[in-house]
Design a protein around this ligand. Structure first.
Ligand code: GLY
Length: 361
């Protein structure tokens, strides 16, 4: 990382509404407040870069940005509390053991489980579009379970674990297709618990394979297996990785188009964020599925090499990567740097480095 990038990252936050999210197409910074679903990624990236560098300036910056997000622990209107709180406070707690950080994680977990519906067996994702959806659940929501599993470890209260386990089982049953790719949005009937509709919100079509969703699929089920040891989750994570990395529409550099079924391939934007998330998921699978670990390592290394090439590196701090896609149907953040790509890229690099250090890979 360049000196220019490092000194930018060590800057203290100007204000709580200025958390980096993306670059706009005109090159200006799109910054957000803590309420945004992406708010935890920048502080989480800083914590990981501190872990890498042991540079106290980065720890000071990480603490300051993390503090801005604390109030989100009480927001009952979102399922994104894992992304916001666990990606920031989670790393902070891991690296400092600060008991206050643990309390914030537990508070946020208590808030998140209020969105669990027993009849459906899932945590509700979104509160908007109520004229169309009764109880929407998106594949992305698998990523919020990591915080709940941690909450049981930290508190000894199995409620969080049981809810996370049930959410993963219901998602396995209803989100996953025969080819092991996943739908984006499943809408449930809250009275019967039955599926009402299968939709997409960010993919090319309801039946298409939205690339970031397939990355959440690999990563989310790998974590669900790591935490529960339920082999059904491992089977799904393995199959999801195979779907992604052997797909005929995956380009040679392993950076997928924004949707595996986008209509104008090869003339479609790539999504570096999906690649970064998937590579980090592969490195979880590396630990869980020794029989196939060489294959996971090959796929992850090829992806990380591409992301680390001039083709994908950003020259605009604080962003590390370019060429991500927020939402093509929503017409925003198309082919720009986005903070969650950087977060998962750094996470994957840290895992890869740990393998080199332990001489495993
Ligand atoms: N969780 C929202 C997204 O992946 O765009």
């Amino acid at each position: 990382m360049s000196e220019k990038a490092l000194s930018y990252l060590a800057q203290l936050p100007p204000d709580s509404m200025a958390i980096p999210r993306a670059l706009r197409e005109d090159g200006s910074l799109h910054a957000t407040g803590s309420r945004d679903w992406t708010s935890g990624f920048y502080p989480g990236e800083l914590w990981q870069l501190y872990e890498f560098s042991q540079d106290d300036k980065l720890a000071t910056a990480a603490k300051a940005w993390t503090a801005f997000i604390e109030k989100e622990k009480s927001d009952t209107h979102t399922h994104d509390l894992g992304f916001k709180i666990f990606c920031s406070f989670g790393h902070g707690y891991r690296l400092t053991n600060d008991p206050h950080y643990k309390e914030v994680i537990l508070d946020a977990s208590r808030t998140l489980i209020r969105r669990f519906n027993k009849q459906v067996g899932c945590i509700r994702s979104w509160d908007f579009n109520t004229e169309t959806w009764q109880f929407p659940v998106i594949i992305d929501n698998m990523m919020n379970l990591d915080m709940l599993f941690a909450a049981t470890r930290l508190s000894g209260d199995s409620t969080y674990y049981k809810i996370a386990y049930q959410h993963a089982l219901t998602t396995l049953k209803n989100h996953v297709r025969d080819d092991h790719s996943t739908y984006h949005v499943i809408d449930y009937d809250t009275l019967t618990g039955e599926v009402r509709h299968r939709h997409t919100h960010q993919g090319a079509a309801p039946e298409s394979a939205w690339s970031r969703g397939q990355a959440w699929n690999i990563y989310g089920f790998a974590v669900a297996y790591r935490e529960t040891e339920d082999e059904r989750f491992l089977d799904q994570a393995k199959a999801a990785a195979r779907f992604f990395y052997t797909h005929p529409n995956l380009p040679d550099d392993y950076i997928p188009y924004w949707d595996f079924d986008a209509p104008h391939i090869p003339n479609e934007p790539r999504d570096a964020s999906a690649a970064a998330i998937a590579s980090s998921g592969l490195l979880i699978l590396y630990e869980l599925d020794p029989q196939n670990r060489e294959q996971y390592l090959k796929w992850a290394d090829r992806t990380l090499l591409s992301l680390s090439s001039v083709d994908y590196q950003s020259d605009t701090p604080p962003f590390l990567l370019q060429h991500s896609v927020g939402s093509i149907p929503g017409a925003f953040e198309i082919d720009v740097p986005i903070i969650y790509a950087d977060y998962y890229y750094v996470e994957a690099l840290m895992k890869r480095r740990a393998l080199v250090k332990s001489k495993k890979g």
